[in-house]
Design a protein around this ligand. Structure first.
Ligand code: RIB
Ligand code: CA
Length: 315
């Protein structure tokens, strides 16, 4: 990363079971400094996702990372949470110990903007929840896309079915206006969409191996993923689960895991009932008339290696 040994990462998230595994992965990497965590509404209310972030950072051995509360609702629409996917507490009903700390006084967009200004060209951003905090941060600091080194987003369904509608993926549908702002802001942006995450699963064998790993870190994570696999087994027909957010974290830290991708400008449809929140890539072979900076859409990854990295991180 930019020649320096340590990557400095801001994580914007809505933990959330797969968000938790993404944090576990980053926390286990000695070459990653988690500079800050922003919480956003999404899988649960923002007070809950912020509290979960504090608990998870203690569980995964990074008790000093600042956690900032972000947006409680989307820019335009009403919030919609996902207790049926992530449990009523956002962590599959697993009760982690009360956190020893509180969130910081700054809001998540304020923390992100300050860290980006203090580390120009050196801060990476991983966004694995609705993009509201990022859109607000761009509003506060329009040069954010130039200050940040790279942004990796988990979200969207580009050439594949959605998960909350025919074309809609949860993170984007939860705030289409915010997503449209972020895709148009000019970031160096890698998109890890359902196109690749639905095929990158924690298999029954992988989950069984994790369940045998002793210690709180692996055992609590097994508890989260048990709940997640219950939900996803209705989709896959076997007890396994998609690894959306951890895959985005891995793509940020280990870009060599990416084995296939394409580049295209992406716009988020904000109209329609069937198309609101759809991520539309302009892939016409004739030169695109869209002046928007293209996004790199990841289409395939080295999944065996990815799963091995995840297991190592949880050991
Ligand atoms: O669609 C998958 C995304 O939405 C993930 O970030 C997951 O945490 C859910 O909220
Ligand atoms: Ca998430």
């Amino acid at each position: 990363s930019g020649g320096s040994l340590t990557m400095r990462v801001f994580v914007d998230c809505d933990p959330g079971i797969d968000d938790a595994v993404a944090l576990a992965y980053l926390a286990a990497r000695p070459d990653v400094e988690i500079a800050g965590v922003g919480a956003v509404f999404g899988n649960n209310a923002v007070e809950v996702t912020a509290d979960n972030a504090l608990r998870l950072l203690e569980l995964y051995g990074r008790p000093d990372v600042p956690v900032a509360v972000g947006c409680a609702r989307p820019l335009v629409q009403e919030p919609r949470l996902a207790p049926h996917v992530h449990g009523t507490n956002g962590l599959g009903e697993v009760e982690l110990p009360e956190p020893a700390r509180k969130p910081v006084a700054e809001s998540a967009p304020e923390l992100l903007v300050r860290l980006a200004r203090e580390n120009p060209g050196e801060l990476d951003v991983l966004a694995v929840g609705p993009l509201t905090n990022l859109a607000v941060a761009v509003g506060m600091e329009p040069k954010l896309p130039q200050l940040v080194r790279k942004l990796v987003v988990m979200g969207g369904a580009v050439s594949t079915p959605g998960n909350v509608g025919p074309h809609g993926e949860a993170n984007i549908v939860n705030d289409p206006e915010a997503a449209e702002t972020v895709f148009g802001a000019g970031f160096d942006l890698d998109l890890v969409a359902l196109d690749v995450t639905m095929g990158t699963v924690a298999t029954p064998e992988w989950l069984a191996e994790l369940a045998l790993v002793p210690g709180d870190k692996a055992q609590h994570t097994t508890g989260f993923l048990d709940f997640y696999a219950d939900f996803y087994s209705r989709i896959y027909g076997v007890r396994q689960c998609a690894m959306h957010d951890p895959l985005a974290a891995a793509v940020l830290v280990d870009p060599r895991l990416v084995t296939g991708s394409f580049e295209a400008p992406i716009r988020v449809e904000t109209a329609g009932t069937l198309t609101r929140g759809m991520t539309v890539a302009d892939r016409r072979p004739v030169p695109s008339t869209d002046e928007r900076r293209p996004v790199r859409v990841v289409t395939s990854v080295a999944d065996a290696e990815f799963l091995r990295l995840m297991l190592d991180a949880l050991r």
